[in-house]
Design a protein around this ligand. Structure first.
Ligand code: HEM
Length: 778
């Protein structure tokens, strides 16, 4: 089954006849206001007038107001695979725990040979940005390093502990199938910049001249004594003086759990599993489905327990403080960097009023006066994405200023909406024409009809624009295999490394597996930059900004580093920065986090079919039935080795045997694992950085970088993002003049980088394609 088959069988012309036959009121849903009908809403609501809630961002605040619970879910385009849907049990749960199913199979040691892609890290983090625009699983592990809820521990094959968990917020539909919420709107509408809800969006707007808020003037400081580490690591039992470990506490009889904390923390409760203490932060009060409004009391952590109706429990003997110890190293210097006049920079949360909801990841400092505010809570997930957030903020404000100057007398709202529509148009064009062909390759791009010029008739209201569950929980996670342990920010004017005699930022603030914990002669960002949930982003910006010889801004240095760093190949390996993050000093004992293990866990609890199930659903092909690989008989435990060779290849029999030992059968391979391994076949010969195809549109896009199954799922997603978006930038209903549309279409990512990080301009001139990895500087 391909997605096309699962959607409407109506052709465009039969659809037009149908629409013509319907009375206007039926076509234009009664609950869509005139404004929603004519202007793209922030939440995505009423983009589709036949199904106004298709693609809408699930809004926890709206839920509190009593909206229907089924709005804002991921699209389920395959049959859900559960053995026990009510308890979210996957058939794969019986095979191997998520750590064994992923971490052991995907781990690459730091010094092992790296498989380079011809693409660079700018492509990787741009795709992460696009992901964040259209997918936000409503679950604390969307900010997983918050370590905050329902977490459990599973062991790898050697008995090492890995932290896992955080069930997604979902509900059972009428057929008893769990459906998961998407906290982002499904449309390519820059919700990471403008916010997924009206509350967040309004908090980000200045309401003057159509502009988004920026910091007027702000100084970022890196001080060797004031860098806090994550709070959960720093809880102690005040009676014994021993570190407090939430896993040792029996919280099963508590409705909510409070522990005392240092001032400055405000809790964000989530409805999770049995044991739960949340150090995450939010403002005021939060609505928790099934629980109701929960007050957020400064100075305590709280989290409702799954056992409802019992009184809150105050752990008076536990005190969690900001820990300065991790970086309290007098040999580090202090640095500061000030945003120069005229540069738009994301504001701090404390500079937005009403404040944008403050979350653990936007709050990597745990301090609203130092955490960047954006439309997406993952805006500071790593330094690369933080710089990209600045890019789109700057592009909006540039357009707002230009429009205000060209069309005098427009109101703030008019300028904002015109600038927003233009900026979204530029973004949609970059995503569709620059990024996507490089990801999926020409074949899948063409098969999805994306190579053909857009016509108004491409808009089809029967196309379901929702972000696919298997897209978010599996296929689009390919980037996790491309992340590299280290990035060197470069002087943007020279594209050369930035010399330093300073001790480097610790790669993570907890553990010992830090690639950059030792002094190095160049500024060098290890896992800290890849997972800034561990480190305050403003301080890292100060550390870099203060040492760039040309005095260029630190985010330009980061962009220069991404452009010049080749990405890892999409393959069976995920590097230590993402696959084995040591958080030992949070807990007594050796504990790590693996993002691939989270992905396996997520795929199972979301009922995503196995790798082979996805292959069959999306490519109309099957490995079963090929030579020496018959479909398994009822109760058959193992598939023949030959079945596994079809995805792993024949050149690594030991690995193929490990795969078979772990999963036993093809139809039990977890989708994230199978899709990344399948992908490595695509690009076996493109690690010379010079791969060329023949496509006129993008000569580097011949094969793409992901396997056939991922390519089909991803291409279909973006095809629906285009065909199911009433406001797609090329649709004539936007009212662009011929010249305006040509301007939008001709703006490339390279133009945007040169515009918004002007110190990179001279060096960028030598680049044909700003997404190709020229050098291996990481
Ligand atoms: C340093 C870089 C990155 C880190 C630390 C990171 C980390 C994470 C984590 C922890 C999750 C949640 C896992 C779960 O609980 O299910 C996640 C989700 C996800 N990531 Fe990444 N990621 C990174 C880069 C990327 C890139 C480059 C891409 C794509 C090219 C990507 C695509 C996704 C997708 C699609 C999701 C699911 C989003 C949702 O539905 O909420 N990530 N990532």
């Amino acid at each position: 089954m391909t997605i096309k088959k699962s959607l409407s069988t109506l052709t465009s012309s039969s659809l037009l006849l149908l629409l013509a036959a319907l009375p206007t009121a039926a076509v234009y849903a009664e609950d869509c206001s005139d404004e929603e009908q004519s202007v793209r809403s922030i939440t995505g609501r009423c983009n589709n007038l036949l199904n106004p809630n298709w693609g809408v961002a699930w809004d926890i605040d709206a839920e509190a107001g009593g909206e229907a619970i089924a709005d804002g879910i991921f699209g389920r385009f395959e049959t859900a695979e559960y053995v026990d849907a009510a308890n979210r049990v996957s058939p794969r749960d019986a095979i191997a725990n998520p750590v064994i199913a992923s971490t052991d199979l995907l781990r690459i040691e730091q010094d092992a040979e790296r498989q380079w892609s011809h693409t660079n890290l700018l492509l990787v983090y741009m795709m992460q940005f696009v992901t964040h625009d259209i997918a936000l699983t409503v679950s604390p592990p969307a900010d997983p390093l918050a370590l905050n809820a329902g977490l459990g521990v599973e062991q790898d094959a050697s008995g090492r502990d890995f932290l896992l968990g955080g069930r997604s917020v979902d509900y059972l539909d009428d057929n008893g199938i769990p459906q998961q919420y998407n906290g982002a709107s499904a449309f390519l509408d820059l919700s990471s910049t403008y916010g997924p809800t009206d509350v967040i969006s309004n908090a980000l707007r200045s309401f003057e001249g159509g502009l988004l808020k920026t910091v007027e003037r702000s100084t970022f400081t890196f001080n060797h004594r004031n860098t806090p580490s994550r709070d959960i690591c720093d809880c102690v039992d005040v009676n014994t003086g021993e570190p407090w470990n939430m896993f040792n506490e029996d919280l099963s009889n508590a409705d909510q759990v409070f522990v005392q904390s240092a001032p400055g923390f405000i809790p964000e409760p989530f409805p999770h599993l049995g044991k739960c203490v949340s150090p995450a932060a939010s403002f005021g009060q939060a609505f928790v489905p099934g629980v109701g409004l929960v007050p957020a009391t400064p100075g305590v952590y709280s989290c409702p327990n799954a056992v409802l109706g019992l009184p809150p429990m105050l752990l008076e003997n536990v005190f969690c403080a900001i820990n300065y110890a991790a970086i309290n190293d007098p040999s580090r210097s202090s640095f500061s960097w000030t945003v120069p006049d005229g540069i738009d920079w994301m504001p701090f949360v404390s500079e937005t009023s009403p404040p944008v909801p403050f979350d653990e990841l936007s709050a990597s400092t745990n301090d609203p006066s130092k955490a960047f505010a954006a439309g997406d809570l993952r805006a500071t997930e790593n330094l690369g994405i933080t710089a990209i957030q600045n890019l789109w903020l700057r592009e909006h404000n540039r357009n707002a200023r230009r429009i205000a100057a060209q069309q005098l007398g427009l109101t703030d709202e008019e300028i904002f909406q015109k600038a927003r529509a233009w900026t979204i148009g530029v973004y949609q064009n970059v995503v569709m024409n620059e990024l996507l062909p490089m990801i999926v390759g020409n074949k899948a791009y063409k098969k999805a009809g994306l190579d053909k010029p857009y016509r108004d008739s491409n808009y089809d209201p029967t196309i379901d624009p929702r972000t696919g569950n298997s897209f978010a929980a599996a296929a689009m996670r390919f980037g996790h295999s491309m992340v590299s342990n280290d990035v060197y920010p470069l002087d943007p004017e020279t594209f050369s490394r930035i010399p330093t005699d300073q001790k480097q930022l610790p790669a993570n603030y907890f553990g010992s597996n830090s690639p950059s914990k030792d002094a190095a002669p160049w500024i060098h960002l290890g896992a800290a930059a890849q997972s800034t949930a561990f480190a305050p982003v403003d301080e890292m910006m100060a550390f870099i900004g203060a040492q760039i010889p040309s005095g260029s801004p630190p985010d330009a240095a980061i962009i220069a580093g991404l452009v010049n760093s080749r990405a890892q190949r999409v393959d069976r390996y995920a590097e230590i920065a993402i696959n084995d993050i040591d958080i030992s000093n949070c807990f007594s004992g050796d504990v790590s986090i693996s993002v691939p293990a989270f992905s396996v866990f997520r795929g199972r609890s979301h009922g995503i079919p196995s790798y082979h199930g996805l292959l069959e659903a999306w490519t109309d092909s099957s490995i079963y039935g090929r030579k020496n690989c018959p479909a398994p008989a009822a109760g058959q435990e193992y598939d023949p080795l030959a079945c596994f060779e079809y995805i792993v290849g024949t050149d690594d029999p030991a690995y193929t045997a490990r795969m078979r030992n772990t999963f036993k059968r093809l139809d039990l391979i977890d989708p994230f694992v199978g899709l990344t391994i399948e992908s490595e076949q695509v690009c076996k010969h493109c690690d010379d950085g010079l791969k060329k195809g023949r496509d006129k549109r993008n000569k580097n896009a011949k094969q793409g970088i992901v396997g056939v199954t991922s390519a089909a799922i991803i291409a279909d997603q973006f095809s629906r993002s285009r065909g199911g978006d009433r406001f797609w930038f090329e649709n004539s209903s936007n009212g662009w003049s011929h010249g305006e549309l040509a301007d939008i279409r001709s703006t490339t990512l390279k133009d945007l980088i040169a515009l918004h990080f002007p110190s990179t301009r001279a060096k960028l001139a030598g680049f044909d394609n700003v997404l190709l990895g020229k050098t291996t500087l990481n």
